[in-house]
Write a protein that binds this ligand. Structure first.
Ligand code: HEM
Length: 143
């Protein structure tokens, strides 16, 4: 997969290792992500009954779905399912900003070469997937 921005690609490799898959460091990364994400009480409430270990594994995979969308511009059924699940959960789309900030806070701790350019590259990489999720999550449920 060719990624359009070397700042993102290099940072991703520093944090997760080479290749599209992720190394063990990713587990520590996503564990820490939830520390930051759940620091917002509104978010913590929603995860009160969630098995966080399982959740971490799923998040790890779903970040790959976001990266795939960024790299290819093609919506995958995985990403569609993810957006629909969040629509069903009736999560306020504004909370996607909290999600992104938690990701950046985690990045600052895990990428020793992080700077503003790298952070922006991550925002850019996550943006298509987040925009798609926001669009679906902003639609009323039809049932
Ligand atoms: C781009 C941003 C996000 C990604 C990639 C993501 C990823 C995921 C994944 C992979 C799941 C598991 C889906 C499944 O059960 O099949 C999930 C569930 C969930 N997400 Fe997100 N999420 C995002 C944003 C958010 C936000 C902003 C919130 C707001 C609090 C949120 C709250 C939840 C909740 C409550 C669940 C269900 C947990 C459970 O099953 O107990 N997510 N998310």
């Amino acid at each position: 997969m060719t990624l359009p921005n070397p700042h993102f690609e290099n940072s991703y490799t520093r944090v997760f290792g080479h290749g599209v898959g992720m190394n063990q460091n990713a587990d520590a990364f996503f564990a820490r992500f939830y520390d930051h994400f759940l620091a917002t009480p509104e978010v913590a409430e929603m995860f009160a009954k969630t098995n966080l270990e399982r959740q971490r594994l799923m998040l790890k995979k779903s970040v790959l779905h976001l990266v795939t969308y960024y790299a290819t511009g093609v919506l995958t059924p995985d990403l569609q399912r993810l957006a629909e699940r969040h629509q069903q959960l009736q999560i306020a789309p504004e909370l996607l900003d909290v999600w992104m900030q938690a990701l950046l806070e985690t990045l600052r701790e895990f990428d020793r070469e992080v700077d503003e350019v790298v952070e922006l590259a991550w925002c850019w990489a996550m943006a298509p997937g987040i925009a798609y999720m926001r669009q679906i999550m902003s639609q009323a449920l039809t049932e």
